[in-house]
Write a protein that binds this ligand. Sequence first.
Ligand code: KG4
Ligand code: ZN
Length: 400
Amino acid sequence: MSSISAGLILGVESSCDETAAAVVRRGSEILSNVVASQIRIHSPYGGVVPELASREHLRNILPVVRAALAEAGTAYEELAAIAVTEGPGLAGALLVGISFAKALAFALGKPLVAVNHLEGHIHAVLLEEVKRAADDGEELRGATEPGPTLALVVSGGHTHLYHARLRTDKNGEPGVWTYRNVGRTVDDAAGEAFDKVAKLLGLGYPGGPWIDALAPYGNPEAVPFSFSQIKAKVHRRGEAGALDPAEGTYFSFSGIKTAMLRYTKVYEMGASIEARRAVLAGLADAKPADALPFCDQRTLDLIASFQRSVVDDLRRKTFRAAEKLHAERIIVSGGVAANRELRVRFTAEAGERDLPIAFPSMALSTDNAAMIAAAAWPKFLAGEFAAEGLTAEPGLRLGR
Ligand code: KG4
Ligand code: ZN
């Protein structure tokens, strides 16, 4: 079998704090998916330190790629193409993956496909749908021809809504996806809010999984947070940007972060927060369960209320946008899509509205390279290859 018909794509991802490589067959069958996390490196700082991230990517990239090929039982020569994240992300971090992928593609004489990280997150869902359909014996094609889709990409760097459509090519076969950006945050991303709030409360990094794990112990209705009229704020500041003001959906998560800070001051929670921080800092590999005995009920109620407010704001606006755009289904992806309450509440509302909804498996919710290889497949088939001058695009947008 030729390397092209085998359809093996090596994906490389290094946009933030995970160095990842994966081998995916024909955009849907994951043969390997290796992720080297830098959580331990950045944890003491409570956020990603760009210089440290680049250095770690450089250290990890070769072992991670070798591990991905070994796990897949694939030799370099068998690859049909190399795919790499072009942006958005940290410039220095992206450059490590891009330089590596360019050199590899050049040395092997294989095509290079550039992938937008946000499109990668969307494909984390699509690839699993196609695989499930194939496993169920359905035609692959049927599963790759969904109607207009509203995709919420919600991560540490992004809170974006896309109206996604699958275009058919000139032969009537499924071609590449096209995207229209119909929503975004005007300040912090939702995952960033989880991370900052966890840091504020003396919990670990990244904050999302900590808040997710501790929220079930609190009362989500204890502290009523309100989300201000963001649209008015955006228009006042003339920031409507590329979005159609009539159609655009705006998120804002900096206000709730400030409200949380104010709450901890009003209720004088500073000493207990510092005590919790000190205990966790003294543990080699602190987990949310280690924090639980050091959280009083007021703290747990605050955590639960924060999570409920953020999830409900995302849910309300996403479903409203889906209705307005007559989307036939919703997909939710990105690190925050791993949140259990988000999945439960989105699934419940989708059920009430009889609207199909899909999430990636937990492993594919956060950053990985399988999603990059999957997003590259339709581009590979369409002959959309990276230009020789490909470089990091830290502020890359998806769609128009
Ligand atoms: O997609 P991702 O791995 O990287 C970016 O592209 O940003 O997302 C990481 C973000 C972090 O902010 C992290 O706190 C959040 O996803 N996250 C979660 C959960 N797991 C990860 N947020 C809420 N609940 C979770 N279970
Ligand atoms: Zn991501």
